[in-house]
Design a protein around this ligand. Structure first.
Ligand code: SF4
Ligand code: SF4
Length: 140
């Protein structure tokens, strides 16, 4: 009987408690710090060039095989990134590629709204990955 009364007050109290869930997308909350969204190719703030030199380590490390990377040599033998493609349909947002990049050339953005009708739109080229959208914490 005592247990029944106790449960009644718990349930009654819940009526006045603030809900833990939100009605997305009408309501939004701040994305937690350290959340992992789409991979982002970083740019050197001085030269404004993509930092990645196309060494391919991230491609080897990625267990899902979602990174394609290619480098090319310029006139003076300097190696630069030619192609960098991320297949978002395979990415599990583990962050291993970021961890292993010795040049600190990539990071995980806060970009999370990733629904697409066409699967081919989930293949992101370097021009898309270099965009700063999602690099700053936003609301969801
Ligand atoms: S992102 Fe880093 S690990 Fe991947 S190819 Fe570029 S420099 Fe190499
Ligand atoms: S976050 Fe993980 S799954 Fe996605 S590209 Fe990087 S290593 Fe691959």
């Amino acid at each position: 009987m005592l247990r029944l009364i106790k449960n009644f007050f718990i349930v009654f109290g819940n009526i006045f408690r603030k809900p833990h869930t939100i009605i997305y997308p009408r309501e939004r909350i701040i994305i937690p710090d350290g959340s992992r969204g789409v991979l982002h190719l970083k740019v050197d703030p001085d030269s404004l060039e993509i930092i990645c030199k196309g060494c391919g380590l991230c491609k080897i490390i990625c267990s899902q095989g979602c990174i394609t990377v290619q480098k090319r040599a310029e006139d003076k033998g300097r190696e630069v990134l030619d192609e960098f493609c991320l297949d978002l349909s395979k990415c599990i947002f583990c962050g291993n590629c970021v961890e292993f990049c010795k040049m600190n050339a990539i990071d995980m953005s806060y970009k999370y709204q990733l629904a697409e009708f066409d699967k081919k739109n989930l293949k992101l080229e370097k021009t898309e990955l270099v965009k700063p959208s999602g690099t700053i914490r936003d609301f969801w």
